[in-house]
Write a protein that binds this ligand. Structure first.
Ligand code: UDX
Length: 446
């Protein structure tokens, strides 16, 4: 099938490459000429495992092309995915100006008499599709044959390619059988290969499924972070509490990892946007305000723990391991680590940070950060070590060597990522999240 993707960001580019991978003929459009040049050379402009290989394969097979010309993309695609950004405004509402602008351009390029399914993939508030349809009705040629649909993505950064090709479900929100049939045909290779459910709904329901899913997952994280606070006051261990809860299939083990809270381009924005849209519709969704408040408090707690351990931060050297908002990505948007680093610097600490891929970008944003080329360089002479992102490679850090290199053996593990017992045995005071502080005197758990 011929497909167009408007917007070659995290969502659009992964969608385009995966649809090309399963055999479709895809044209991806973006306004940024420099990005397009890089993409034509097979190089994604962000870190995403598996994506460079996928680009190389699909470009070489002639199934993925890039263009700056929206009209060309619209003429090509029987299905046209809109994957533009919907950044937050100060009041929490998403800025949908780009979406409107793209809808207008798509409308103006619609060919007369040939059906086009214009599909929102960007996360948008419920009923945004009505607005998109209105713009197209006003701006498109009178004889245009089209439908506006919603087909939200559920991919996670860091495993986006895998998630797209192995989804838990595919949600298609259309108002006609023709639209549903077309999207079912588009996704047939994935449904056949994985057996995942294709859930067909109306458009508003599909839009809402996306916001409700992300808001629920974010709430789960804030819930366990609140449980972690109670654990810290009572001597319980949140890791085991989460496990004990998660074994109940009604609760599930996923997204019950206590830590420094959620970041990234989706959860903070989507929680705020869903609360805002609910309020517009006359619904006070108070849980979401609390979810966001608890989430920001989790970052503040990390800073408080470092200060509690060191007394004054001025003149202290703090090693920070991990800057990206989660492992396997170089995305720093809303990253808890960046707020913690800002706080440390503001109180006069020197910050030496290591991240496998996000270091340079972090220094662009906060030039005061000193970058460590390896994790061990971040511990050198440090008065405390703070783990902010649970990169798997950090678990290789040898506690005995780290102990020798540091000024004070203090580990604040904001992701409960390192082996607390091993660090405790090596002489560290280990301050995790929602678990008792460990040190050399703490008896082994078992
Ligand atoms: C999320 C959704 O998972 C995805 O379905 C949607 O399409 C986009 O938003 P993403 O933002 O890439 O994906 O990351 P995700 O893996 O969901 O993690 C979000 C944040 O929550 C990260 O900062 C992560 O560290 C944090 N998190 C996640 C926790 O603190 N605890 C958990 O148990 C899980």
């Amino acid at each position: 099938m011929q497909v167009a993707v408007i917007g070659a960001g995290h969502v659009g580019l992964v969608t385009a490459a995966c649809l090309a991978r399963i055999g479709h003929d895809v044209v991806a459009n973006d306004d940024d000429l420099a990005k397009l040049e890089q993409l034509r050379a097979g190089r994604p402009w962000f870190h995403e495992p598996g994506l460079p290989e996928l680009l190389a394969e699909t470009i070489a097979a002639g199934r993925l092309r890039f263009t700056a010309d929206k009209g060309e993309a619209v003429r090509h695609g029987q299905v046209i995915f809109i994957c533009v950004g919907t950044p937050s405004r100060a009041d929490g509402s998403p800025n949908l100006q780009y979406l409107e602008a793209v809808a207008r351009e798509v409308a103006q390029a619609l060919p007369a008499g040939s059906f086009r399914l214009v599909c929102e993939k960007s996360t948008v508030p419920v009923q945004t599709g009505d607005r998109v349809a209105q713009v197209i009705a006003r701006e498109g040629p009178p004889a245009a044959d089209y439908e506006v649909a919603s087909n939200p993505e559920f991919l996670r950064e860091g495993s986006a390619v895998h998630d797209t090709l192995n989804p838990d479900r595919i949600v298609v929100g259309t108002d006609t059988q023709r639209g549903t049939t077309l999207l079912a045909e588009l996704y047939r290779p994935i449904v056949e290969a994985t057996g995942c459910e294709l859930l067909a709904t109306d458009r508003a329901t599909a839009e809402l499924i996306k916001h409700a899913s992300n808001a629920f997952l974010a709430t789960k994280i804030s819930f366990i972070n609140s449980v972690a606070r109670v654990c810290e006051r009572s001597g319980a261990d949140v890791e085991l509490v989460a496990r004990g809860m998660g074994l109940d299939p009604r609760i599930g083990v996923h997204f019950l990892k206590a830590g420094a809270g959620y970041g990234g381009s989706c959860f903070p924005k989507d929680v705020a946007a869903f609360a805002h849209r609910s309020a517009e519709l006359g619904v006070d969704f108070g849980i979401l305000r609390e979810t966001a408040r608890v989430n920001l408090a989790a970052r503040q707690r990390v800073l408080d723990k470092v200060r509690d351990a060191l007394w004054h931060l001025a003149g202290k050297r703090v090693g920070v391991l991990g800057l990206a908002f989660k492992p396997e990505t170089d995305d720093l948007r809303e990253a808890p680590a960046m707020d913690v680093v800002r706080g440390l610097l503001a109180e006069g600490a020197e910050v030496i940070a290591y991240d496998p891929v996000a270091g340079d970008q972090a220094v662009d944003l906060l030039p005061e950060i000193k970058l460590a080329p390896e994790p061990l360089d971040a511990v050198e002479g440090a008065h405390a070590l703070v783990v902010m992102t649970g990169w798997p490679e950090l678990t290789q850090l040898d506690p005995v060597v780290a102990r020798e290199r540091m000024a004070y053996p203090i580990l604040v593990d904001a992701r409960n990522a390192l082996d607390a017992e091993a660090f405790g045995r090596a002489g560290f005071t280990v301050i995790g999240v929602g678990r008792p502080v460990r040190n050399a005197l703490t008896p082994a758990w078992r």
